[in-house]
Write a protein that binds this ligand. Structure first.
Ligand code: GDP
Length: 309
């Protein structure tokens, strides 16, 4: 199946959770009974308190036979290195901005990092249903913010849409007849490159987040940069310096489907997956085929973000 990997970035309350819920709903991967128990991207307060790395919350929606992995990005400045690691898994991002409030500190913080990594964002001005919306002005403010953050010409030429996530629609221009979120889905499919990666090459994946799971043990999530992975394969973990940390057998591969993670028999280059079976490897390590000697280039990390209890 064709694939796209995007991040969603926004200041708190600008509507990320609502937007992802609606994208899920309209893509048909949403299950009614999940709505109450678990919203797509609620914050992980318990994990934060315990000092475990925040999981990149990945939700996957399907639109016209293309699976879109949507990774949540923490807006906080206090998890150094994490935003960069998460952004390194994706090929573009959707920047949501409240049509009344305009760009806010977290908008600037995460957008700055996205632009620095060379991502070309899609801008969505959300909450245009609000009586106090000032969508056109906010669009100009966002352009100015891009310019202030030294966006390249290509990045400045960002595609945009206006949306009411709450009401489940997006339009290309204010005044267009609102229907559903298809204009946003279409922007994502046309603007975001399918992930590159050699499916037949040796397996390589950069571990981006780490979590402890009661049943599966240590789980590492990341994007497969090359190769194809199947359960029971032997792999090794390389530190950023290229030292072998461990050799292990993959016990489980979890793919993202809707709000759930489900075991899969195979995962290919380009996809974002969670793997179990390793016992010592950690964030920023390269998980590779035993034939691979060189680690993948990793973003700098702040050790306080990878402490595990
Ligand atoms: P998050 O913090 O970015 O995940 O924001 P939420 O999705 O939780 O939304 C924050 C608040 O804004 C909630 O009360 C939503 O109902 C509301 N909201 C989200 N999207 C819209 C919208 O398009 N229009 C209006 N009027 N409110 C919205």
């Amino acid at each position: 199946m064709d694939l796209r990997n995007i991040a969603i970035i926004a200041h708190v309350d600008h509507g990320k959770t609502t937007m992802v819920d609606k994208l899920l709903q309209q893509s048909g991967t949403f299950r009614e009974n999940q709505q109450v128990q678990e919203r797509a991207m609620d914050s992980n307060d318990i994990e934060r308190e315990r000092g475990i790395t925040i999981l990149a919350k990945c939700t996957s929606v399907v639109w016209q036979d293309v699976r879109i992995n949507i990774v949540d990005t923490p807006g906080h400045a206090d998890f150094g290195g994490e935003v960069e690691r998460i952004l390194s898994m994706v090929d573009s991002c959707v920047l949501l901005v409240d049509a009344a409030e305009g760009p806010m500190p977290q908008t600037k913080f995460v957008l700055g990092k996205a632009l620095k990594q060379g991502l070309k964002p899609i801008v969505v001005i959300n909450k245009v249903d609000k009586p106090e919306q000032r969508a056109d002005e906010v669009l100009n403010e966002i352009f100015d913010l891009f310019a202030a953050l030294e966006a390249t010409e290509e990045q400045l030429d960002f595609p945009y849409a206006f949306a009411s996530a709450k009401n489940g629609w997006a339009v290309k221009e204010m005044g267009d007849e609102p229907k559903d979120l298809s204009p946003l889905f279409e922007l994502i499919l046309s603007h975001v490159q399918p992930p590159a990666g050699d499916k037949d090459g040796p397996f390589r994946m950069l571990a981006t987040t780490l979590e402890a799971n009661n049943f599966l043990g240590r789980i590492l999530t990341g994007r497969i940069t090359s190769g194809t992975l199947r359960p029971n394969t032997t792999i090794k973990a390389l530190s950023r310096d290229g030292n072998v940390i461990e050799t292990a057998r993959i016990t489980k591969i979890l793919g993202f489907r809707g709000l759930e993670r489900v075991p899969v028999d195979e995962a290919e280059a380009g996809d974002i997956v969670a793997i179990a079976g390793l016992t010592t490897a950690t964030v920023a390590d390269s998980i590779v085929d035993p034939s691979v000697e060189e680690p993948l280039p990793a973003q700098p990390i702040d050790p306080s973000t990878i402490a595990m209890t």
